[in-house]
Design a protein around this ligand. Structure first.
Ligand SMILES: NC(=O)c1ccc[n+]([C@@H]2O[C@H](COP(=O)([O-])OP(=O)(O)OC[C@H]3O[C@@H](n4cnc5c(N)ncnc54)[C@H](OP(=O)(O)O)[C@@H]3O)[C@@H](O)[C@H]2O)c1
Length: 325
């Protein structure tokens, strides 16, 4: 399949590397706000044509659009991609608010043969499936999920700049960036909670630097920690009576063990490129026209982003693009 890319940062390079290595995609078009940036990206990745005009780019000959722009642009670019007849793989978070989710759902409905996927890459990690299997088979007593990483942009923020990921204008912050991995994991493993709360630490820019979310279910509760202003090495854990499933973070999944008296390593082998699994799954679904699979993934995304919105509203984290009540 021919691939077009929006966004020229390292994550797009990683995606193109995974896509090309899979043998299922060929990069043909790259959009950037600057021609030299697009050309540098092409020189580093694979031969393609560079575009600075979004309309001309979307009219170009490619089948699948990958979007890795700032969060606030995801929904409108996904909608533009669908209207241009492209399948879309959009980076997380695919939408920033419920208004964007509704607009995207409406556009999807008018293009039923085009598939849309949110690049929640951890869903396709083999270790994610092992955890899901454990959770389905064991009575769950609770969980603590953690994804706390010092952002490569935080020093610039501390120096007085406002990088996109720390800006409300670009729908940034810890919950939107790393928290979405945790919300995805909790919903995929345990379902939609009865109640959901988020206690953020707000930065002066108005986004959350870190925060703690709590999802309450009938028989247990899940605590989630996300942050972009420190590094945490605390493990994530799922509890079943005296047994504990322990892993690094739902967003990384490099180590997984069951501790029940003895420690049993359950880590599954995986590709060095963390996007290898998702690019393969998306390509196979698109090639097969698997609308049922795409719908299931979109239904999950809808549950996740409904909760993300509730958490933001309840915590008082507002973006300029939010719909007015
Ligand atoms: N799946 C993962 O593992 C993973 C990892 C990192 C990031 N991400 C996601 O990938 C997305 C991009 O993250 P990032 O850190 O690369 O973001 P970023 O550096 O802020 O922006 C990404 C790209 O968007 C374009 N851009 C930047 N500012 C813009 C603006 N003001 N208006 C229009 N376009 C702009 C730039 O491309 P041009 O200069 O070429 O226009 C830039 O390379 C985010 O949604 C993030 O959540 C995912």
């Amino acid at each position: 399949m021919k691939l077009g890319v929006i966004g020229t940062n390292w994550i797009s390079e990683q995606f193109v590397a995974a896509a090309t290595a899979s043998g299922l995609y060929q990069l043909t078009a790259v959009y950037s706000r600057r021609l030299d940036t697009a050309e540098k990206f092409i020189a580093k990745t694979a031969p393609a044509r560079a575009y600075v005009d979004l309309g001309a780019f979307l009219a170009a000959d490619f089948d699948v659009l990958y979007i890795a722009s700032p969060n606030s642009l995801h929904a409108s670019q996904t909608i533009a991609g669908l209207n241009a007849g492209k399948h879309v793989i959009c980076e997380k978070p695919m939408v920033a608010d419920l208004g964007e989710l509704a607009a995207l759902e409406k556009t999807r409905a008018t293009h039923p043969t085009l598939l849309v996927f949110e690049a929640a890459r951890h869903l396709y990690d083999p270790n994610f499936a092992v955890i899901k299997d454990y959770v389905q088979k064991q009575p769950i007593s609770g969980a603590t999920l953690s994804y706390v990483k010092y952002s490569s942009r935080y020093d610039a923020y501390l120096a007085g700049e406002q990088p996109n990921v720390f800006s409300p204008a670009f729908a940034g912050g810890a919950l939107m960036d790393l928290g979405v991995y945790l919300v995805y994991a909790a919903v995929a493993w345990f379902g939609v909670p009865n109640t959901a709360q988020y206690l953020p630490h707000l930065l002066a820019s108005g986004v959350d630097g870190d925060g703690v979310a709590r999802f309450v279910y009938d028989d247990f509760a899940v605590t989630m920690l996300c942050g972009k202003t420190t590094n945490s090495y605390a493990p994530s854990e799922i509890y079943s009576g005296r047994a504990t499933l322990s892993f690094d973070s739902p967003g990384e999944l490099n180590s997984l063990a069951l501790i029940d008296g003895a420690r049993q390593d359950l880590t599954q082998p995986k590709d060095d490129n963390p996007m290898a699994d998702e690019v393969r799954v998306f390509a196979q679904a698109i090639a097969a026209g698997d609308q049922a699979f795409a719908q299931r993934q979109f239904d999950l995304a809808t549950q996740v982003h409904t909760l993300m919105w509730q958490l933001r509203q309840q915590a008082g984290i507002h973006f300029p693009g939010d719909p007015v009540n």
